[in-house]
Structures are given as C-alpha cells and as structure tokens.
Design a protein around this ligand. Sequence first.
Ligand SMILES: Cc1cc2nc3c(=O)[nH]c(=O)nc-3n(C[C@H](O)[C@H](O)[C@H](O)COP(=O)(O)OP(=O)(O)OC[C@H]3O[C@@H](n4cnc5c(N)ncnc54)[C@H](O)[C@@H]3O)c2cc1C
Length: 447
Amino acid sequence: METESVHGRGATRPRLLRVDRRPLPGMGVRPRIVIAGGGVAALEALLALRSLLGSIPDIVLIAPRPELAYAPVAVAAPFSTSRPRRFPLAAIAQSHGADWVQDSLVEVDGERRQVRTMFGQRLDYDALVIATGARRRPWLANSIAVRGAGDVDAIRALLTGLEQSGIDELVFAAPPGESATLPLYELALLTAGSIADRGIRGVRLTIVTPETSPLALFGPAAGAIVRQLLADRGIRLILGGYPSVLADGELWLHAAQSIPTDLTVTLGHCEGIGIRGLPHDAEGFIPIDRHARVKEADGVYAAGDGTTFPLKQGGIAAQHADAAAEAIAAAFGAMTKPRPFKPIVRDMLLTGLEPIFLRADISGGAGDSFEVDTEPLWWPPAKIAGRHMGPYLAQQEPWLSPMRLADRTRATLAEEGTLADRRGARELALALARTDAGCQECLAVTG
Ligand SMILES: Cc1cc2nc3c(=O)[nH]c(=O)nc-3n(C[C@H](O)[C@H](O)[C@H](O)COP(=O)(O)OP(=O)(O)OC[C@H]3O[C@@H](n4cnc5c(N)ncnc54)[C@H](O)[C@@H]3O)c2cc1C
C-alpha cells in the first residue's frame, strides 16, 4: 500500500492518498478529518481544527490548485505595481501538520464515510468539511467578469489601456441577486483614483447595482458615506438596475431603459458545484444547519460560498468554517457547547485613500445592527476577516494589512513630497475627473 502523500507543486496526477492511519500513542488510530477545498473556508477550518483539537486528528486537504485562493487580490493587485505574494497550500498544510493532496473531490459515500476524487482515489473520513466554494460564472455576454485572483492581469491590462482605448463610458455592473457587491464599488473607486492620478480625461464611470442604496447590506450610514465617496469621484450610481443585455454600446437595464457603455466590468455570478452523494439545491448549493452540518449526511460539514447561505463573502465563509470546526470538536468529545454560526459581515472597502471598515450583524433576533468607521473594527484589519486566518495571513503577508499598507504608502510618499501635498494633488485630480464625468446622478430604475 502506498502511504506517501502528495506535496508537489504543479503535479498533474497525484500519487495515492494516505489511506492508512497514523497511530496516536496510547489512543489507537487517529481520527481523520478531510477538508475539500483550498480557499478561505478550507484554511480557516484547518487552523480552527488544529487550535481546537491540537495534533489529535490526521487532517488531509484535497484541493486542485497549489495555492490558496484569495479573491480580494483581484481588486487590490491591479492598482499596485508589486505582485501580491502567493500562499502555497503545501507549505500551509505542512506547517499545520496536515497533508495537501492535489486532486478534486467528486463524490461522497456517506454510508462508508469515504470520499472519491477526480483521479479515482478513495479516502476514509471521520469528519469531512466541504469547502469547495462556488463557480463564479460570467453572466453578461460581452462584459469582463472579475472572478478572482486569475483576473489580475486582465484588469491591469484594462487600466493600462484606458488612455489609448477610446473608452468614454466604463460601467461596473453587479450581478442581479448578488448582495456581496463590495468588490465592484472598490473596482470603480480605485479606477477613478487611477484615472485621476494619471490625468486621464473624458472617461465616465458608472456603477449599476440592483441594491436600493449603495452597499445596502451595511445599512443607511454606510450607504450615505459610499454615496458621498462616489459623488466625490464623479462616479455615477444607478440603483435598482438589473442589466440584461449588453450590445452595440448599450447596456439594457430593462426593456425600456439602456445606458451607453464602451466597456462593462461585472462580478461573476455564483453557482454551486454540487458534489455527488450530497444534497444540494437547484443551483448546486449545499444546505447546512447552524453548526454547518450538511443535512442528511452524518459527519459531513460544509462552509463558504458553496453552501445555501445566500451571502457569498469571505468573512462569512470563515465563520461557517469556525462553526464546523467547533461542531467537529464536540463530536470528537473535545468540547461540550459548540457555538452556532451567527453571521456578522465585516468588510473593508478600498477607496484609494483610507479604507472604510464596515460591520453588519445580520444574525437576527434584535434586528440588524451596523457600524462604519475609518478605524479598524476588527483586528488584524485584513480584507477577509477570519478568526484564525486573519492573524495567520497577516503574519505571513504584511501586504494584507491596511495599516502596514498605509505605512508603506507614507514611506513612499515621504520620498516624493509631503503626504498633505500629495493628498492635495490627488483631490485636485479627482475634482477634475469629477468635472469631466459630469454631475453624479442617482437614478432609480423603475418598471
Ligand atoms: C473579486 C472578488 C473580491 C472579493 N473581495 C472580498 C473581500 O474583500 N472580503 C471578503 O470577505 N470576501 C471577498 N470576496 C468573496 C470571497 O473571496 C469568497 O466569499 C470566499 O473566497 C469564499 O471562500 P470559499 O472557501 O467558500 O471558496 P473559495 O475561496 O473560492 O475556495 C474554494 C476552493 O475549493 C477548491 N475546489 C473547487 N472545487 C473543488 C473540488 N471539487 N474538490 C476540492 N477542492 C475544490 C478551489 O480550487 C478553491 O481552492 C471577494 C470575491 C471576489 C470574486
């Protein structure tokens, strides 16, 4: 029997998974936890499980790509000259006493408590965490869909080419039915900053969103601040807009209303992956309870974008993973009262100047409550707020921390002139862009 696990980068076909169990001194075989996925929920689950259960379980991570999936880089990286650091899964797994296997989960056999992978391997589990995310699909023909780290170069090319491209109307359109619209606002705000910094004139930016107020998830105060930010940068905002067709330089919001566009940028629309052997809804999302347990599948947990929870957001994915880890720890007898998932949304809006921190408690009961601040509302103030992964990634990569980022920006600016001078120039450039773009409008699309 082959007992070696796969850690190699870029492997096309993995060697066999470790199917035997390592003994635990004085306790017989170790329980095995399999985590399928290599993104936010998978990382948080790994870290939380190690923190709760120490070295007791064998943990195997099954993920097809060799690096941690971290989508916010798709927004931040194109506007910076340095390339973001990558996080190899092999190293993450190794430093947490886990095995990473480069493969994909395709089927769960709940009766045998066994998973099957794309390469036909089978692996027993005592607990299984499905953290396979969602597919982010293009949904509007002829637009550029931003779906994650793989789109950094496309956005960078778009920005670089803006001067020569003859683009007058650049539209950022949110997918209908998607409440996690924040990256779209960031792309628009950062593009406005980049245009202003480079002195490009004559490009009008428009955001189209189905929301009734900007970043509606975070309540009225955040809405007012974002509305002002967009106005300051001359970005037009169209609320209640449901783009349907993009053709011949027009984006149709419904049968009777269209806006002109030379280029339209969208976010991908999330679709579930649907793992064979597990329940899922019509769109392939896996139903979970408040402890992230998959309904009708003993010992199986799911976390993140791949679940039926409607908000597809990294912090929420991490909270699912934390709930799953505690439920597993309880099932293994390591704790008595696992805490259920209580959704609190934390987002950091990149604006091009200071970031804005947003928090919404949407766990119900006493009603939703909101906070908005330019000071961090959580620590470390990472783009994706996860109890375990936040501190871990901040340690690995200072770039993820806006405080360090601000320090770095200040250090760079100190060489070029005073911060105040530079800010003044930036504000002037933004004001010019605003004049170019015409008055900010806020249309409510009706009908
Ligand atoms: C442009 C953009 C910007 C964003 N910005 C933010 C932000 O600022 N803050 C925030 O909180 N959220 C943000 N998000 C959302 C956030 O990235 C997602 O909600 C989060 O990544 C979901 O985590 P996940 O683990 O469920 O899925 P993912 O992080 O997508 O990870 C899924 C993993 O599963 C792997 N996988 C897929 N299929 C299989 C299989 N069959 N077997 C094994 N592994 C598989 C994938 O390769 C991947 O490693 C952003 C999203 C986008 C697209």
